[in-house]
Design a protein around this ligand. Structure first.
Ligand SMILES: [Zn+2]
Length: 1078
């Protein structure tokens, strides 16, 4: 999945991102995240009718219970669940289950009339009133003969409580329940507790000890039929799972969350059906235990379950996604996001990656909707009794994990091709936008054969669909054969998409398609090994894009996007090892972070370089062949690569994946006759300065060394496996430079002796050092300065040596670092001086590039122009500002539409130096934009506005209906990154609106992202205390590590400011007094 970072890529941009301050970068890795998951929730006020109905039932002081199951909006039932769309009532569970009521010892309730929607979509889009009427859902279990009336009543209560808890709870008011029922009902109130927690009224439950599912019963094949109701946001399901009972038992434990089971039974092969007599939901563990009156003997049989669930609005499980038809009508699609542990919200299942099975999926859907699943359609037939509904059957899947299952029901157009190895590839887009799927289609059709050749294993399914989903929390998700994407990660409008969007789409498509082998065919044994999936896909996406688009120079961009970003995070005391042992599924979210994705990708890149491509490919093929359709752990990959290469892979890699951090290699040199003697030593690199503790961790570091004789090939390669080493480089002349880490591949930082550094600097000016080495050198120096190992003034002097720099990525990294420095100095009274410095550094390249593309220019020139103009405009460069205003005016008046690549820099510049009218125009452009890319582009620059009232307006806008829930984070983050005042205002806004924000993103990675973007720029000690104190009283368990990292960064910023502010100021003043001559 493109998770936390995936969304980051999308969510975080340029100038909002401290490390990517231009705001113009494609920011490939910048935005990845743990992703993944859709805990985004848009809060809507309950319909008035519901509020009334609740007060009728509950005493006023009782908090409103919150249930997952939708229902009861218009009825007098207790309930909460999903709010009904505006103007429409939801169905009542009562209408659904008339027959069970008749069985109960209570008089049935009188059904309330259903409220008519104010603007009801045409009924043909809706499913028939309910399968319970046509007998689609099984009736409740029959009574066993000879049971006492109390036992029968108790069993019926249990059945009702399980099948329809809301209704059962309603009936509680009519008569006392048997004690076991009371316990059962109480056990189902975890959501309510969460709600209380969010209100600060209850303590968050502590992390519970976790147990994996028992192995006594396991699935062989799931036959699953689902019937979503796109108006009432519910679904009904029938599961018939053929299962193997390994050990005699009278209960089956499965995963199940937010689902109500109506009936369950087990049919042993060749024997009589046994009905389950109890469903015990363990809500905290997201499990259900089905109890049977007799023992299930070892052997095979069929487990039958009928159930109902909610099409929720939280972007996880089986959820609803809102879209607007070309005619402007709002409708909903039903889509899925199961990774990591949300398949259990769509159907009861063994929801662990190692419990694989095959799937026969059918969907019962309105006949005018597209229905998709992992496999191709094998049958489509009218549904009995309703001519508006069809049943679509899909072919059986290969053996696979539950988190990769997917289905989509909605309205889409598509474009189609066949890859050269015969796989049918389709890209599904919103209706009327098929054209925008062509770019991704081309990338996918090129990518599939590339991976097939690389892994030497064919793509195992007959088709692959890529589909753009309107409401989507992560960047994308690699469901086998049906990959889902955010719209901005898949759709490219030939006229209105910018170059960085193309590049992003190519990377995300490359990432998800790599998972079809690495992740889907061979799956991690448990979430502990998730990093391998994500790190590998995040590395090979670059290999694939480099193959498809060599002109992107994508490997250089990798260093700026993933490698340096991972190093920034991993240098903190609050980092974590790549391999983290994961227990309870709630811990999975935490590890979808830059360490899993970007550090994972960086160490795999280092490993690939250490082994060599030929042996790496051989090892990959061994691994994929040996474990296909099975599960594997990190050690299994190391073993295959070790066998292929004969190198000590496990020993080397364990030092990188099992301990956090990375080394700083200090190097000094001495000329001994014709040879150069190098003395190397390693120590852990810390963001706070040299490592001081005892027992400094050690790494086995593959090191490459190059010289000016041949700057693009290694003169020597060694494996540094001890704290200190001496190396002799033969035949190196005294005037030649020597550099470590050719290509910036090794995951370490380098500190050169002054003499060695001095000899390297001319290589920057005359470009004799390769671009990726210039970038690495500058980035190492910058982080050494941040850590207080060298002076920041030294780095500023090195930055000035980049005057002749032509490379986009080198500029982009330099721009990030200057952005970080600008943010820091915004706490001083000489912020304007650093802006002068920025203008001086960027002016020459800005003049060379100009505003309009020249003949023969390519992708990277377009990216560079956007970056440089944005940087100059933001810093207030007069000529750039004037031209940006002129072009913006023409754009708004329709005289001359801005090219997509120039929009971000122009929007940013005019907003930063504009007034309320400019902001209003931007908001109008936002409203008018048809493409999500354009909306996101505008959202990310809004925070550049400077006046306090306008900042407030932007913050209010962030939470409005105009902004999709997953994009709110980038608007608020943009404000925090835009100015000193914005930072304070954003923090206050988060505190004031904490409850709403927390509810939206409950526990998801977006809340971590929001916190990081909003508070990391502070540079005063006391702010670290304030942030810490706030989150102590407003806990956000899934963001705990992020909060610690932010507090650490605030303290580091404060220390940096105290240490270097004065010398930086003096240097800038001196420079002003005697400007450097070009
Ligand atoms: Zn992924």
């Amino acid at each position: 999945m493109w998770g936390a970072w995936g969304c980051d890529k999308g969510a975080l941009t340029p100038f909002l991102c401290f490390s990517n301050p231009s705001g113009l970068l494609p920011a490939p890795g910048a935005v990845r995240c743990p992703r993944r998951r859709g805990q985004v929730q848009r809060q809507q006020p309950p319909p008035a009718s519901k509020a009334r109905s609740l007060t009728r039932i509950l005493p006023p002081s009782r908090p409103r219970p919150r249930r997952s199951f939708p229902c009861l909006g218009a009825c007098a039932h207790i309930g909460g669940g999903a709010p009904a769309p505006r103007g429409r009532a939801r169905s009542c569970r009562r209408h659904r289950f008339p027959s069970p009521l008749a069985l109960l010892p209570f008089p049935p309730l009188r059904p309330l009339p259903r409220r008519q929607p104010a603007r009801q979509p045409a009924r043909p889009h809706c499913l028939p009133a309910g399968p319970w009427r046509s007998g689609w859902v099984s009736p409740p279990p029959p009574d066993s003969p000879g049971r006492s009336p109390q036992a029968v009543a108790g069993a019926r209560w249990m059945w009702l409580a399980a099948a329809a808890p809301s209704l059962a709870r309603r009936l509680l008011f009519l008569g006392p329940p048997p004690p076991p029922l009371l316990l059962l009902l109480l056990s189902r109130s975890s959501r309510r507790r969460r709600r209380l927690h969010s209100l600060g009224l209850a303590a968050m439950p502590e992390k519970r000890p976790f147990e994996r599912l028992p192995a006594d019963v396991s699935p062989i094949n799931y036959s699953l039929c689902l019937k979503p109701d796109l108006l009432d946001f519910t679904f009904e399901g029938k599961l018939e799972a053929s299962a193997q009972v390994r050990q005699a038992t009278n209960q089956i434990v499965m995963n199940c969350a937010d689902i109500d089971i109506i009936t369950a039974s087990y049919v042993p092969e060749g024997d009589e059906e046994i009905h389950a007599t109890g469903f015990n939901y363990q809500n905290e563990d997201e499990k259900v235990t089905l109890s049977f009156p007799s023992t299930l003997q070892p052997g095979t049989g069929t487990l039958k379950i009928d159930f109902v669930g909610e099409l929720n609005d939280k972007m996880k499980g089986f959820y609803r996604s809102k879209y607007t038809t070309p005619s402007g009508e709002v409708r909903y699609a039903a889509v899925t996001q199961f990774e990591a542990t949300d398949a259990r919200r769509a159907f009861p299942c063994w929801d662990e990656p190692a419990i694989k099975a095959t799937f026969d999926i059918s969907l019962v859907v309105p006949k005018d909707r597209v229905a998709l699943s992992n496999m191709n359609v094998i049958d489509r037939k009218p549904y009995p009794d309703d001519e508006n509904v069809v049943e679509v059957k899909f072919a059986r899947t290969p053996v696979m994990s539950t988190y990769l299952v997917a289905f989509v029901v909605g309205e889409y157009d598509f474009v189609e091709t066949r890859s050269k190895d015969g796989v049918c590839v389709r890209v599904y887009t919103p209706v009327g936008k098929a054209e925008q799927g062509k770019f991704a289609l081309e990338v996918a059709a090129k990518t599939l054969p590339f991976y097939k050749d690389y892994f030497n294993v064919p793509y195992p399914l007959p088709k692959i669909d890529l589909i753009a989903i309107a409401d989507f929390a992560a960047g994308a998700m690699e469901n086998w054969g049906l990959v889902t994407y955010r719209e901005t990660a898949l759709l490219i409008d030939p006229k209105n998409s910018c170059s960085s969007s193309r590049q992003w789409v190519a990377l995300v498509v490359g990432h998800e398609l790599a998972h079809q082998w690495f992740g889907n065919l061979v799956t991690m044994e448990w979430w502990t090994h998730l990093w391998l999936n994500e790190g590998f896909a995040s590395w090979i996406e670059y290999l694939c894009v480099d193959h498809c688009f060599p002109e992107y120079d994508i490997w250089t961009q990798f260093v700026s996007a993933d490698y340096t970003r991972a190093q920034e995070l991993d240098a903190l005391d609050n980092s974590h090892p790549i391999e983290v042992s994961v227990g309870h599924p709630s811990e999975v979210d935490e590890i979808f972070d830059a360490i899993s994705y970007s550090k994972g990708a960086s160490v795999i890149r280092m490993l690939h370089d250490y082994i060599g491509d030929k042996d790496f490919k051989k090892g990959m093929n061994m691994y994929l062949t040996k474990f296909q359709q099975k599960n594997a752990a990190t050690e299994d990959l190391w073993e295959s690569l070790e066998n292929a290469s004969g190198k000590p892979i496990a020993a080397v890699m364990n030092t990188w994946t099992k301990q956090m951090g990375f080394p700083l290699i200090y190097v000094e040199a001495e000329q001994v006759e014709d040879d150069r003697l190098l003395r190397l030593s390693q120590k852990k690199f810390c963001a706070s300065g040299p490592y001081v503790g005892e027992d400094c961790p050690q790494w086995m570091v593959p090191i490459t060394i190059s010289t000016s004789e041949d700057s693009s090939h290694a003169k020597m390669k060694i494996l540094m496996d001890k704290p200190e080493m001496n190396i002799v480089l033969k035949d190196v002349k005294p005037d030649q430079w020597v550099k470590l880490n050719l290509g910036t591949v090794g995951f370490y930082r380098t500190q050169y002796s002054s003499a060695m550094l001095e000899s390297l600097l001319p290589g920057i000016r005359d470009l004799s050092l390769p671009p990726v080495d210039r970038l690495g050198l500058q980035n190492d120096l910058f982080s050494l300065a941040r850590a207080g190992i060298i002076s920041t003034v030294e780095v500023l002097k090195v930055m000035e040596a980049f005057v002749n720099e032509p490379n986009y990525t080198v500029w982009s990294d330099l721009s990030c670092n200057l952005g970080i420095l600008s943010t820091l100095l915004s706490h001083t009274d000489f912020y304007e001086e650093i802006q002068e410095f920025v203008k001086d550094v960027f002016s020459p390249i800005g003049e060379r590039l100009g505003w309009d593309p020249k003949p023969g220019e390519g992708h990277l020139d377009a990216l560079l122009r956007g970056l440089v103009l944005g940087k100059l405009g933001k810093a207030g460069h007069k000529a750039t500002l004037e031209e940006a205003r002129r072009r913006f005016k023409d754009h708004v008046e329709g005289k001359q539409i801005l090219s997509a690549d120039l929009r971000s820099p122009v929007y940013l510049t005019v907003l930063k130096h504009g007034d309320g009218t400019t902001l209003d125009i931007m908001l109008k452009l936002h409203k008018q934009a048809d493409m999500q890319e354009e909306k996101n582009r505008i959202e990310r620059v809004l925070g550049a506005t400077l006046s306090p009232e306008l900042i407030q307006k932007v913050l209010t806008f962030a939470l409005s209906e105009e902004v999709r829930p997953q994009d709110t984070v980038s608007v608020i983050g943009g404000v925090a990154g835009g100015s000193k005042h914005g930072r304070k205002a954003a923090w206050k806004f988060i505190k004031d609106n904490w409850e709403e924000l927390y509810n939206r993103y409950q526990g998801g990675f977006l809340i971590s992202r929001l916190i990081k973007l909003s508070v990391e720029g502070f540079a005063v000690d006391k702010m670290a205390g304030e942030v810490k104190a706030f989150f102590e009283s407003h806990p956000a368990p899934s963001a705990e590590r992020t909060i610690q990292q932010c507090c650490e960064n605030i303290l580091l910023n404060a220390a940096w400011l105290k240490r270097d502010a004065e010398s930086i100021h003096q240097y800038l003043l001196q420079r002003k007094a005697s400007p450097p001559t070009a």
